[in-house]
Design a protein around this ligand. Sequence first.
Ligand SMILES: C[S@@+](CC[C@H](N)C(=O)[O-])C[C@H]1O[C@@H](n2cnc3c(N)ncnc32)[C@H](O)[C@@H]1O
Length: 190
Amino acid sequence: MTDAGRLQAAFDRVRRTDFLPANQLGFAGEDAALPIGHGQTNSQPSTVRAMLDLLDVQPGQRVLDVGCGSGWTTVLLGELVGPAGEVVGVEIVPELVSWGRENLASYALPWARIEQADRDALGVPETAPYDRVLVSAEASRVPTELLDQMEVGGLMVVPVRGRMTVVRRTAGEPEVRHEGWYSFVPLVEP
Ligand SMILES: C[S@@+](CC[C@H](N)C(=O)[O-])C[C@H]1O[C@@H](n2cnc3c(N)ncnc32)[C@H](O)[C@@H]1O
């Protein structure tokens, strides 16, 4: 579990309103996913909190944020890893990459960045390995391509066919456990 005090501090410092389009600002306080255009959403706050808690993020870690959309999770992760860490957000919709980068730029987190996703490859293998991988879109299976981008001992949190799934990479078979049911936009899988 991520330390509850550090998680709360990150949510206190990072305003959801900085990651919503103007027509959604009035709904920022609602515990619901909100549209950000291009058929995508800014995730439900309680779900983001649950996922970040399961991810057990520690200061100084390297984190991959797959499906970073508005950039909200990238900034929250940037706050959690701190200046000794690194966060790589990756997003498949080019317009959201631009907007997410603008949103990220309003926070002083030079150790976090957003990359354009490659339609032919999941994640960002060029700068692997990562200690943690957060996936904010629903996969049809545990994405082994992302598992390959993790350190041994690393954790991934990913919704798989509706079930929140926590995967630990080990030297052998990955350890997989499930943590409830959630609804997400689909992950584009190569
Ligand atoms: C729930 S939405 C955004 C979540 C984001 N954390 C937020 O709160 O704004 C999930 C995002 O995953 C993106 N996505 C889907 N498949 C992807 C892929 N293969 N690589 C990168 N991003 C992907 C979608 O375009 C969408 O923006």
